[in-house]
Write a protein that binds this ligand. Structure first.
Ligand SMILES: Nc1ncnc2c1ncn2[C@@H]1O[C@H](COP(=O)(O)OP(=O)(O)OP(=O)(O)O)[C@@H](O)[C@H]1O
Length: 307
């Protein structure tokens, strides 16, 4: 049985009479990366901050490593690394001074120079923090969050503002941490980041989880698509598979949505052979996370939670 490191049940968080988080259940298992995606204002940061112990839950319960992270903060804090959206370091200190200061506050802190090297900031060690670019600040945040070799790492939008190369460096570091057994809970606006890193993910919308599960689970529940140009001479004899988009046929293209891509793809190919037509601009593809996300935002997707 895989150990559950973070357990959130029926979490509710309110700001005055506004309910920002409205009954969230999720489990994060040891050694996995769980990505929390969502629209702006969905409640991701509020959920993260509550799990990190920065605020009490208004309802429901949160356990991190078996403890209430707010009430039993001292039991949990030293085993966790936290990268906030905005860390607020003192701008006049250099990168190295900041890292050394942080090192003194962390139990079992690892080597500062090695940490800066690993994140590609060694050459910036004598630069004042206020002179770093936004992306460099994010990388410094990450280096410091991982300094104590945390069992659980909370990353709130770790790659926002990073260029593609720095994003790749960050992903590589996160992969190394996962390989060493670190458990990671991540929020991100980059669907690609979740696709590349997450073992399981959830999409949050208006304070609730709309979709949750492994990437395969989430995409498999969505319909796949087959499309090709309408071949000349087949008239009304279209393949009897999936759901045909009749509007697209009028414009000379056939779009089919299917829950069984393999079976329907075979049927389409048999149909083409039977009618001796060659299919042009032929495409068959699984749903993308982007489509699932858009369905959630547009409210056209049933709630399917299996976290
Ligand atoms: N201190 C606060 N006081 C009142 N309302 C707040 C406060 N902080 C957040 N909210 C509201 O709670 C809701 C959830 O905010 P939260 O920051 O958790 O969302 P988010 O999913 O992290 O958004 P984003 O992706 O934009 O960072 C939003 O409607 C936000 O306006």
């Amino acid at each position: 049985m895989t150990e559950t490191v973070v357990r959130v049940s029926g979490l509710r968080c309110s700001y005055g009479d506004f309910d920002a988080v409205r009954g969230v259940d999720l489990d994060v298992r040891r050694g996995e990366l769980f990505a929390l995606l969502g629209t702006n204002g969905a409640g991701k940061t509020t959920t993260m901050e509550t799990i990190e112990g920065h605020r009490p839950a208004s309802g429901g319960s949160v356990r991190v490593l078996g403890h209430d992270p707010h009430r039993d903060r001292h039991k949990v804090r030293s085993r966790c690394g936290i990268m906030l959206q905005d860390s607020g370091f003192a701008g006049d200190l250099t990168v190295l001074e900041t890292a050394r200061l942080w090192q003194r506050m962390v139990e079992r802190a690892s080597d500062v120079d090695a940490a800066l090297e690993r994140i590609g900031l060694a050459h910036r060690r004598d630069v004042r923090v206020k002179q770093l670019s936004g992306g460099e600040k994010r990388r410094l945040d990450l280096a410091l969050a991982t300094l104590g070799g945390p069992e659980v790492l909370f990353l709130d939008e770790p790659t926002t503002g990073l260029d593609p190369e720095s994003r790749e460096t960050t992903w590589q570091l996160v992969r190394e941490l996962l390989a060493q057994g670190t458990t990671v809970l991540l929020t991100t606006h980059y669907l690609e980041e979740a696709e590349r890193l997450a073992d399981r993910l959830a999409i949050m919308h208006e304070g609730r989880l709309a979709v949750a599960g492994s990437l395969v689970d989430v995409l498999d529940r969505e319909r796949a698509r087959i499309s090709f140009d309408l071949p000349a001479g087949v008239g009304d004899a279209l393949p009897d598979v999936g759901e045909l988009d009749r509007d697209a046929i009028g414009e000379g293209r056939v779009h089919i949505r299917t829950r069984d891509l393999q079976a329907d793809l075979s049927a389409v190919l048999r149909w083409a052979e039977h009618h001796t037509v060659r299919l042009t601009r032929f495409r068959a593809q699984h749903a993308s996370l982007d489509e699932v996300f858009r369905d959630v935002v547009n409210g056209t997707r049933e709630v399917t939670v299996a976290a």
